[in-house]
Every structure is written in C-alpha cells, then in structure tokens.
Design a protein. Structure first.
Length: 290
C-alpha cells in the first residue's frame, strides 16, 4: 500500500500549519526564521516528491512496503508532475525527488538544489488512441503519428502540467514542426492533470494521448483505446533520483533520504523494480548507474 503517515515535524509541516491558520506575512517570516534555526530533520520519515506515473502505475504500492520492512523508514509520497516536483524541491519541501525529465533534473543539481542525480529505471512512452484510429497515426514513427493527428484535427489530450510526460510530448510536437500548445487549435486540449486522469479523458472522448507505458499497463479503463505508436527510440523514458541539498535546506532528512536512494539503486532495490508486473508485463526496467 502507499504509505501516508503523518508528515514529519519539520519545515514542511510548519509551513502547512502557518498557511492554514492564516498568520500575517510578517509573523510567518519570523516564525520560519526561528524554526529553521532549530529544526532538525525528522528521522524515520521522508517526503518523496514524485511524478504521477510512479503512483498511477502502482509501483510505489509494490516497492515501499519492501523498503520500509528492510529499513523502518516510512515514505510519504507527494505525487505531482515532474515540473511541480522539481519546484517542490526548490522550495525545500521534499527530501527526495523521483522524476523523469533528465535535462531538468541535471539543471536542478547544477543550480545547487540537489546533491546528485542517480538514474534508477526506464520504460517508454506510447501514443494511445481510439482502436479505429481515425487519424491514421498507427505505426512506429512517433513524429508521423503526431503529424497525422494534427492533419486530421483529431482530438488530442495533453496533460499540460509541466510533467515529464508533458515535457516529452512538447518536444515531440517540436520535432514534428508543430506547436499546438502555443497555437491552441480546437482539437488540442490541455487538462492540467495526471496521467491516469488524462487517459480517462481520452477514453471518454475518443482522443489521442501520450502516456508512459507503466501507467497504460495499469490503467483499467482501456475500453475503446489501444497503443497506436510504440518502439520509436525517441519515446525512451528514464527516471532519476535526487536528494534535495541539505546545505541549502536544513530540514532535509539527508540520512534517510540517501538510504532510500541507495536502496533503490542497490541490487535489492533494482530487483524490487524488476519484480513489479501486471498480468506478466514488466512496467519498469532497472538501469542504476545510467
């Protein structure tokens, strides 16, 4: 199961409390200044800001009980788009990031917000759409598939949430010499939601959508939808781990956060990732060290 313990008594908890009680800005700043001077990291619990695909796919429900049984460390997951998760890290509101936008992850580290990026696993993206494929997008070339959707003005659901999947989608449109996120054609709908919600909307409206394979495999509402484009090397999807920099944010639980990273890239953690399957299909493939 996905662990949801009480958040640690740290800067993250203190910030939430002050927001709920609507203190004035002056009091809020004074409180945080005093709190950060004395607040230690809360041992035994970590906050992981992670892409929605790791949650929607069911991966965390599989691996977190194994990790906690081995270490005693509880993991509280905040599932967001990768862009939002990185912003959470920039505010110091998480201990570890588990995301999938390598260029942005490396920038996060280069700017001093994180200690080091660790590659941990990969899968791929797939273009999902109506089984009848009215756009004629089916094939192994994702750029041609996107162009077919645009040329036929077929409905396309974009997550529009700055997630890793959304970042990959926008890059693919650019390779297709198109930019619907800027031109806003009627057939292109940005929903600002996670992968599961975007797939549900595609199912309900007979639309096309770019999905990570893990969430697609675990998705229960496949009626009327099918994978239409897969196998293109441009659809490669890698995930990385980053410890938020405790030198910048003293509230970061460095010891337990690093223990989580070390376990995931260890032989045992990589085996746990490999063993997660749905109806015999492996959702993620370990690649620690990449």
């Amino acid at each position: 199961m996905l662990f949801k313990p009480e958040p640690p008594r740290s800067y993250k908890r203190a910030l939430a409390v002050t927001r709920r009680t609507h203190v004035t800005a002056a009091v809020h700043i004074a409180f945080l200044t005093a709190f950060l001077a004395v607040a230690p990291a809360f041992a035994g619990t970590i906050i992981v800001a992670s892409t929605t695909s790791t949650q929607d796919s069911g991966l965390f429900e599989h691996i977190l009980p194994i990790f906690t049984a081995k270490t005693g460390i509880q993991v509280h997951v905040v599932a967001q788009g990768t862009g939002q998760a990185l912003e959470t890290g920039r505010r110091g509101d998480a201990d570890v990031l588990f995301v999938h936008a390598k260029e942005q992850e490396e920038k996060f580290v280069a700017e001093g917000y994180g200690i080091k990026r660790f590659g941990v696993m990969y899968n791929d993206f797939v273009l999902v759409g109506p089984k009848a494929d009215p756009a004629g997008a089916k094939g192994t070339d994702i750029v041609k598939g996107f162009q077919a959707v645009a040329e036929t003005r077929s409905l396309f659901i974009s997550r529009g949430d700055k997630s890793g999947t959304n970042i990959a989608e926008l890059a693919l449109w650019k390779q297709a010499s198109l930019d619907p996120a800027v031109t806003k054609p009627a057939w292109y709908r940005e929903v600002g939601q996670g992968m599961g919600a975007a797939l549900n909307m595609a199912s309900a409206t007979g639309a096309y959508v770019l999905s990570d394979r893990g969430t697609w495999i675990s998705f229960k509402n496949k009626d009327g939808l099918a994978i239409l484009v897969e196998g293109d090397k441009r659809l490669f999807n890698q995930y990385g781990l980053i410890l938020v920099n405790p030198a910048k944010y003293p509230s970061v639980n460095r010891a337990d956060g690093q223990a989580f990273i070390d376990w995931l890239i260890s032989k045992d953690g990589q085996a746990a990732i490999t063993s997660y399957k749905i109806e015999g299909q492996q959702l993620f493939f370990p690649d620690a060290g990449s």
